[in-house]
Design a protein around this ligand. Structure first.
Ligand code: MYR
Length: 283
């Protein structure tokens, strides 16, 4: 059985890596000053943050049209028996639902939509593991069940400079109830049941990063093989420094640096920083 791996742009997997591992990507869009850009196609993360700074209108985002999934799945049906389509959490975007609908519309290929219940490079971990498992010739059902196994070990924590972006875009659960109490602090955020909720109130960025390090330490203390990503919104230098420090501290973890691109950056704002991790399922 030949299985294709599809994801969306919010996994922010670099194009060379996608090409190398035969990963197909469907972009979400960002709208700035009335102009629509497909992220990772028409606009890069640094161009986006620069545009936003010089625009007097705040950006918005949109999910891919269902037709784009249908077109891709139909094309893949010529070369593959199945497709696993891995997307950002269904609690924050309709993208996953788009893949579900498209799957019901195409024939000649088995479609397995997969809700990563997260986003960014943490979603990317599912995609990269899925692609490696597929290249080993594992069948689609087996890959999905291994991804579900990995899900048990996936965690991500992130902080924003300013909560109003998340509140404005409606992506902070119970925003009204918590916003007043959190606006003066830098809350650490995470996903619970597919939506974003505060994890802990922490006063400074330094303390928040330390707390994330401790959480990683607890998670990887079983000595297993883990992968982790330091994720930043236009703060590459800070992310690289943190990664270098983490690598010394956690030799059993394979780290990379990734970014919050235009779509996720719209909802988090420039300067956001986070880390996510998962157990490694392949070499
Ligand atoms: C859409 O318009 O469908 C896209 C909506 C994207 C919402 C993004 C909300 C922030 C997600 C943060 C992910 C952090 C992962 C470590």
């Amino acid at each position: 059985m030949k299985t294709a791996i599809v994801t969306d742009s919010t996994a922010y997997i670099p194009k060379e890596l996608r090409d190398q591992l035969d990963i197909y990507m469907i972009p979400l869009s960002v709208i700035i000053g009335g102009e629509t850009y497909q992220e990772e196609v028409d606009i890069t993360a640094s161009q986006f943050f620069e545009e936003v700074r010089s625009s007097d209108r705040l950006p918005t985002t949109s999910q891919p049209p269902v037709g784009q999934f249908v077109e891709l799945f139909e094309k893949l049906s010529h070369d593959y028996d199945a497709v696993i389509s891995i997307h950002l959490s269904s609690g924050i975007s309709g993208t996953y639902q788009g893949a579900v609908q498209a799957g019901e519309m195409v024939s000649g290929i088995e479609v397995y939509p997969y809700d990563s219940e997260i986003s960014c490079m943490v979603q990317g971990f599912y995609v990269l593991e899925g692609a490696k498992l597929s290249s080993e010739g594992r069948d689609a059902k087996e890959i999905v069940s291994l991804l579900d196994e990995m899900k048990e070990t996936v965690r991500a924590y992130f902080m924003v400079d300013n909560l109003t972006h998340l509140q404005r875009g409606g992506r902070l659960s119970n925003a009204q109830a918590i916003i007043g109490s959190l606006l003066q602090v830098k809350p650490l955020l995470h996903f619970v049941d597919k939506v974003i909720v505060p994890f802990e109130k922490i006063r400074t960025r330094k303390k928040a990063l330390k707390r994330v390090e401790n959480l990683l330490g607890e998670a990887v203390s079983d000595g297993g093989r883990y992968q982790a990503s330091v994720i930043h919104a236009n703060r590459e230098e800070e992310a690289l420094e943190w990664k270098a420090q983490l690598e010394e501290q956690f030799p059993n973890v394979e780290f990379n640096v990734s970014y919050f691109g235009p779509v996720i950056g719209t909802h988090l704002g420039e300067g956001s920083m986070g880390m996510g991790w998962a157990r490694k399922m392949t070499e």
